[in-house]
Design a protein around this ligand. Sequence first.
Ligand code: ISE
Length: 331
Amino acid sequence: MGARHAATLSTCVPGVRVAGVMDLDRSRAERLSAGCGAGVMVFEDGRELIRHGGIDAVVITTPDETHAGLVIECLEAGKPVFCEKPLATTVEEARRILDAEAALGRRMVVVGFMRRYDPSHREVREAIDSGAIGRPVLFRGIHRNAAALPGTTSESVLVNSAVHDLDTARWLLGQEIEEAYVSGVSTGARSDDGVLDLQMIQLRLGGGCLADIEVYVNAGYGYEVGLEVVGDSGTVSIAPSGSSMLRRQRCVGRRIEGDWLERFDAAYVLEMQRWIGDLHEGNFTGPDAWDGYVSLAAVECCISSLNSGSPQSLTIPDRPALYEGIAEVNR
Ligand code: ISE
């Protein structure tokens, strides 16, 4: 993900220069830096990169467990930060980020919920906002990965993958999650490690909507994200695969993307362009630390449902004033 963002910033975004890259594996960082133009600094320590005087803003794409510490480090250094999702791996860490931003008195954090920039997701949002489907009553989501990432656990399916769907549901419906019921099975498809790699999430949201979301991280055949929002007078949906359909020799076929880098290619570019544009204007309009925090509160509620086998309720505190009244772009 870091290599993709660095490439996007160096080739598709005006008004920015990749000044430094970091990887624990120095040779990998050196290869990446060479592709980002001349004079790109190479670091093996994220904190050193963050504190360096030649770095104005930071993109965090390190492993999930390191996100919160590095975001706080950026805030302490007074540097705007784009953090890949999830913002943290626990609500408590995310709360600390909110506190650090509150102490600064300005929003400096943007979270990489790139689906909000995906043209088809934006069309769904526009259809809902225009009233075309009436009052939304149900969100259905499908999220399939070809194969689970190494080190996947039953909980990390929720923290790392389902966090996108939880964010999408609340973003599209404009409602907060109030109850979650999650069940999972270990399909044994790729390994017999007992990880619950297929999970079904049922949600009840504040405005009277329901949601059901399938997250299957070992689907084997490719990568797909699809959804349908049902309203009281119509529905709007994104078919899992948006590619063209080929009919030949009495068969019909459609290409399926291999992973999120392919499927959300356009979204990643739009996301970086927006972030850099906002940076110049000094007003961030993308998903913020509050969205990162609330999505993690929902993830933790899902984890306790998965572990207890029963529905769990969730109360989201009022949105702090710092996160109110922001221009509606990707919010
Ligand atoms: C991955 O980290 C992503 O962010 C992808 O968008 C998501 O679909 C996948 O499940 C995650 O593992």
